[in-house]
Write a protein that binds this ligand. Structure first.
Ligand SMILES: C[S@@+](CC[C@H](N)C(=O)[O-])C[C@H]1O[C@@H](n2cnc3c(N)ncnc32)[C@H](O)[C@@H]1O
Length: 246
């Protein structure tokens, strides 16, 4: 199955890095606060971070008491930043696609993945391996692009707007057509994999997980007052979070 490494594309990497450096972005406003709120107890735990990127979360997990963190990422560019800016003797960074984690010969208490699984075609394969890699009662927590965001065809405006350009509603099409969606995000030809909400849930439960909680973060009133442009997340959330137990 296809494994795309778009974060090693020079233009994509530069533009993505600029976006994450901005203080105000959807990650900082809703993704991270939700991730932190949903984290299980990490004191004394071993953690595997799938799609760890530049490693900031690996440091956060140590700060929250984890004893050891393994960060896996397909992108050498992202890991270069992780190794230079976010290294620690208790962190091991592995340059590998998460589709290959079955080769890791050890177990973890917690597996976390932040905004990476929508790049993976073989979701059932990754879920099976996560289940195998978790200790008994282990926790799998992930965020991904929301299924209402990944179903966009990649062409045309994503929004219907009024005469002032205000977003009225999202243009959703082919929600029930799963699989690869080509999109343009900084560069053309960024591949994401669309799965229906039911497919995500059923893949987890069919592979032995118990769903503990799901969240679809949206801005607080205070965020809307400061950054009204994020009102669009009331029409269509950007992110889906799932927390599941082995
Ligand atoms: C949106 S970034 C998120 C990075 C980090 N988790 C964070 O939240 O800051 C997505 C990351 O997933 C990685 N990625 C994409 N496909 C992957 C795959 N098949 N295996 C491992 N990592 C992958 C990318 O290289 C990138 O670093």
């Amino acid at each position: 199955m296809a494994k795309q490494n778009i974060y090693d594309n020079e233009t994509f990497f530069t533009e993505y890095s600029k976006l994450r450096e901005r203080e105000v972005n959807a990650n900082n406003l809703f993704e991270l606060p939700t991730l932190f709120r949903m984290l299980p107890e990490l004191q004394g735990k071993t953690v595997l971070d799938l799609g760890c990127g530049t490693g900031e979360r690996c440091i956060d997990y140590l700060d929250r008491g984890a004893v050891e963190v393994t960060g896996v990422d397909i992108s050498e560019k992202m890991l270069n930043v992780a190794r230079s800016k976010n290294s620690d003797p208790r962190i091991t960074y592995l340059n590998m696609p998460m589709e290959d984690i079955g080769a890791i010969d050890r177990r973890f208490d917690v597996v976390i993945s932040s905004l990476a699984l929508h790049y993976v075609e073989d979701f059932p394969g990754v879920v099976k391996n996560v289940f195998k890699l978790l200790n008994e009662d282990g926790i799998f927590l992930f965020s991904q692009e929301h299924p209402l965001a990944t179903c966009h065809s990649g062409t045309g405006d994503r929004w219907t707007r009024d005469e002032n350009g205000i977003k009225l509603y999202a243009n959703i099409a082919n929600y029930c057509v799963e699989g690869q969606k080509d999109s343009t995000w900084f560069v053309e030809g960024v591949l994401r994999y669309h799965r229906m909400f039911s497919t995500i849930v059923n893949t987890l439960t069919d592979n032995g997980f118990t769903i503990l909680r799901m969240e679809e973060p949206y801005p607080t009133d205070e965020i809307i007052r400061k950054y009204p442009e994020y009102y669009d997340n009331y029409h269509k959330p950007d992110f889906l979070f799932v927390k599941a137990a082995k």
